[in-house]
Design a protein around this ligand. Structure first.
Ligand SMILES: [Zn+2]
Length: 344
């Protein structure tokens, strides 16, 4: 159960008007033969992807949130190069990063889909038999639609009314696609580190440690000092659900040791340097320290969430995007469960 409400969280976030344009990605060259596909705002939430040209094929990192979104990404790739996609990496098991796998397999039948062993296990556990999809289409979306219908009945502001209508239209279309979508699992898993020996662009596929999930994968391009990190750090706000922030910080330490200049995150814009990584670590440090103190002082979970969130929002709100305050209580609640031993 714990794992699902964030789908609703994404579902309820506003979508800017006009964002339903057909093209779902902005393609940005970040180094020679390396492109970031930055997801435009859309429902269901799309994640970013990266396109890397190798000697005789293409590697794509993350597959978008549905086959229809992945098709849009594939069209962009075909404009860049006639070479086939040979490798598709899934950075972790969250739906917005791998539900487009089926479209890649259909377009490039020989493609190897790479993930860490843990990410594949999580996909099997959450996705096999479309369990996850079924829950979303049968429970969460109907609940969200009821909520939106209620909003439509009450809302008087024309802009907000339109935003609710757009959301219902986009999710309505997605709902139909999700019901029949085949879930395609990775075909190749690894532990620790795997190297693609492409002369023009050597690639290190890494599992630096538990972070955003138990099976995070990072793709490091040492020649051009670019790293593609999924949601290990992102341009949006930290979301803690599957792994403790203590392990996440530890993995960020390993990440910092790498010699990189450009980060392609799973959400938000391309980042330069190590400032983004340090901001996330500072935030986790403060989050864990404050939650530990609240727990040691005997505060019950909801009181701790209230007090610690207020302090964290005050301290960090200017350095994160505007949605940050909505994400903080969930982070404190999750951290409290780790601190109190309720979750391991
Ligand atoms: Zn994501």
């Amino acid at each position: 159960m714990r794992r699902f409400p964030w789908l609703l969280f994404f579902a309820l976030c506003p979508v800017p008007r006009g964002a339903e344009a057909q093209e779902l990605f902005d393609i940005k060259p970040v180094a020679e033969g390396v492109y970031a596909a930055i997801a435009r705002p859309h429902r269901p939430e799309n994640a970013n992807s990266a396109i890397v040209l190798l000697d005789d094929g293409v590697m794509v990192v993350d597959a978008a949130s549905a086959p229809s979104s992945a098709k849009d990404l594939i069209e962009h790739i075909r404009k860049i190069t006639p070479l086939p996609v040979k490798y598709l990496v899934n950075t972790h098991f969250h739906w917005d990063h791998y539900w487009g796998n089926a479209a890649f397999l259909a377009a490039f039948p020989g493609v190897q889909i790479i993930a860490s062993g843990n990410a594949r296990l999580e996909m099997q556990r959450m996705g096999l038999g479309s369990l996850w999809v079924t829950r979303l289409t049968k429970v969460e979306l109907p609940e969200a639609f009821e909520q939106w219908k209620g909003q439509l009945a009450k809302e008087t502001d024309p802009k907000r009314l339109q935003s609710v209508r757009d959301r219902m239209e986009q999710w309505g279309k997605a709902n139909e696609e999700l019901k029949t979508m085949p879930l395609v699992l990775p075909t190749l898993t690894f532990e620790g580190r795997m190297v693609l020996h492409s002369a023009s662009q050597p690639v290190e596929i890494l599992a630096l440690g538990r972070g955003h999930t138990s099976g995070d994968v990072e793709v490091y391009l040492p020649k051009c000092k670019v790293i593609i990190v999924g949601d290990l750090i992102a341009g949006d706000t930290p979301f803690i659900a599957d792994v403790s922030p203590y392990e996440w910080m530890h993995t960020l330490d390993a990440f910092e040791q790498l010699n990189f200049e450009t980060v392609i995150p799973g959400h938000g814009d391309v980042m330069r340097g190590k400032d983004g990584l340090r901001l996330w670590r500072d935030y986790f440090r403060e989050l864990t320290a404050q939650t530990e103190t609240a727990y040691a002082d005997g505060l019950a979970i909801e009181e701790a969430v209230k007090q610690v969130s207020a302090r964290l929002i005050e301290k960090f709100k200017d350095r994160f995007p505007p949605e940050f305050p909505q994400a903080v209580p969930g982070n404190v609640r999750a951290t409290y469960r780790f601190v109190s031993g309720e979750q391991e």
